[in-house]
Design a protein around this ligand. Structure first.
Ligand code: ATP
Length: 492
């Protein structure tokens, strides 16, 4: 699957636009259009409901983006949140030193009179056996030695740009949770194990952003910090290790529940050299993106590192009193960290299908219903008949009380269906002459409309008053074939 197809669909159909496009665009910044904002909100809403609302061991938080500068010193971000950066002395392109061998490289091969080849990542030249030493893009320039580059965006709090006023845009939402650990513990009287969840923006001055919304500088995270008592054992294992496995399963199941094919997901266990300084174990969930298998999200065991660091730097006690053992403990933390952009991209990619219908190509986004930006499109068959328009508008207004619903009369019905398929709308409702009748001939209407289902393209005829009840079933957990069994089929 080609990323360009999704990028183009996103722009054409109002999901994602380049930020500040009329000024030539801002690198790696994207704006979510009318349908994009709905999809993004649906992802976040489903996540919050599943991981916060429905669990009695979870609570939410919305911490501020600007925090005390000491937070980032204590957390290790000032000293360690860096990537090694190298530059090409010739073409001036910039690379992450740790990723440079993961990209194909350009080679002018002396053994073949200087012919130019593009060689797969990490492989030597098949003709001369040389390995890459120069710039992988231009194949000519020397690379500078790696320099550590801190990814945090620095800014100043207040009107004076002086060292004392320096602060940072948060590079992760997690720290807002750690510094509020005791506030939540005291105010909510939670017992271990419990988790605090947060959805919010984070900022990373990435050296090589790109691949559409895969790597951006302004991102959104959905994070959980799940606190467990490290002295407890569950099913014969330390509680943190047990909880870590449960969270890995829960995260995997969540993506599958919302439509991702299990075959497009796999786990990656971090090796010793990959682990962050705070981590006991980290498992990434990878998705088969068009750029290859890449991180969709990460689930880390952060141990007691963060709470201890903040306790030491702030002088405050950040412990939990274990009533049973009569001891104060610093909880261990399991952190499932979801990126909203990567979830958005994976849901788009997995939903995308090109099908052939009666000799024509049909593009359809088979979104899981809850994620679909628009649930129902109401389409009048003839926009010049006032009774049809009035009935269709009335149906739209009724359904819009409960679901995101659009009215569209800007093309013929075939075109309108294709348009809704392409943005993943699960149901279309069509109002036609049969619905309203014909006052000129005195013919009365049947007050029924046609409902069309996106994936099967089947259609049934349903009385207007029954629409809210039927959609409650269809957009709830009843299948199409079951819910519409008692209605007559309509011809497509
Ligand atoms: P990567 O190795 O891809 O840079 P990371 O390991 O630094 O990612 P984490 O710090 O674990 O990422 O962040 C958790 C999640 O936040 C990631 O799995 C991803 O979904 C999301 N994320 C992180 N950085 C970005 C970014 N620059 N753009 C989009 N999403 C991001």
């Amino acid at each position: 699957m080609n990323m360009d197809v999704i990028v183009s669909l996103c722009k054409r159909r109002g999901f994602i636009f380049q930020s500040s496009e009329i000024y030539g665009g801002t690198g790696s910044c994207w704006d979510y259009g009318p349908l994009g904002v709905e999809l993004k909100n649906n992802i976040k809403r489903a996540w919050w409901r599943d991981f916060v609302q429905q669990r009695d061991d979870m609570v939410g938080l919305d911490a501020s983006i600007l925090m005390h500068a000491m937070v980032w010193k204590a957390s290790g971000h000032v000293d360690h949140f860096t990537d090694p950066m190298v530059d090409c002395r010739e073409c001036k392109h910039r690379f992450r030193a740790d990723q440079i061998d993961e990209m194909p490289w350009t080679h002018f091969c002396a053994a073949t009179k200087g012919n130019k080849f593009t060689i797969p990542a990490g492989e030597p030249c098949g003709h001369c056996g040389a390995r890459r030493t120069l710039c992988p893009d231009c194949g000519k320039g020397d690379l500078t030695a790696p320099r550590q580059f801190n990814l945090m965006f620095k800014t100043f709090m207040g009107p004076v740009e002086e060292d004392a006023a320096v602060t940072y845009l948060r590079p992760e939402t997690a720290q807002g949770i750690f510094v509020n650990f005791d506030n939540v513990l005291q105010s909510m009287r939670k017992k271990l194990p419990f988790g605090i969840a947060q959805i919010g923006k984070a900022f990373r001055n990435e050296i090589t952003p790109g691949h559409f919304i895969f790597r951006v500088r302004e991102l959104e995270q959905m994070e959980v910090e799940y606190f467990v008592n490290p002295h407890e054992r569950v099913e014969g294992r330390p509680a943190d290790e047990h909880a870590h496995d449960r969270w890995i399963e829960a995260c995997l199941a969540w993506y599958i529940r919302y439509g991702i094919d299990a075959q497009h997901l796999k786990l990656h266990e971090h090796g010793r050299d990959e682990l962050s300084h705070y981590s006991k174990r980290t498992v990434d969930l990878l998705y088969d993106f068009p750029i290859g298998w890449s991180e969709l999200m990460g689930i880390a065991n952060r141990t007691d590192f963060d709470l201890k660091q903040h306790a030491q730097a702030s002088g405050k006690t950040l412990t939990y009193f274990d009533e049973e053992r009569k001891e104060h403990v610093v909880p261990y933390v399991i952190e499932p960290s979801f990126g909203v952009e990567r979830a958005f991209l994976a849901f788009m990619l997995d939903a995308y299908r090109e099908e052939e219908v009666r000799g024509d190509k049909r593009v359809v986004l088979r979104f899981q219903h809850e994620l679909a930006p628009t649930k129902i499109a109401v389409l009048p068959l003839l926009k010049k008949r006032p009774e049809i328009v009035a009935t269709a508008q009335g149906v739209r207004a009724t359904l819009a009380r409960d679901w995101s619903t659009v009215y569209d009369d800007t093309a013929g019905i075939g075109r309108l269906y294709r348009r809704q398929d392409e943005v993943g709308t699960p149901y279309c409702v069509t109002v036609d002459v049969q619905t309203v009748g014909d006052s000129a001939t005195g013919e009365s209407g049947d007050q029924c409309v046609t409902i069309r289902e996106r994936d099967s393209m089947e259609q049934v005829r349903v009385p207007i008053p029954e629409l809210p009840g039927l959609f409650r079933d269809l957009l709830g957990d009843r299948s199409w074939s079951d819910a519409v069994a008692r209605y007559p089929r309509a011809k497509p």
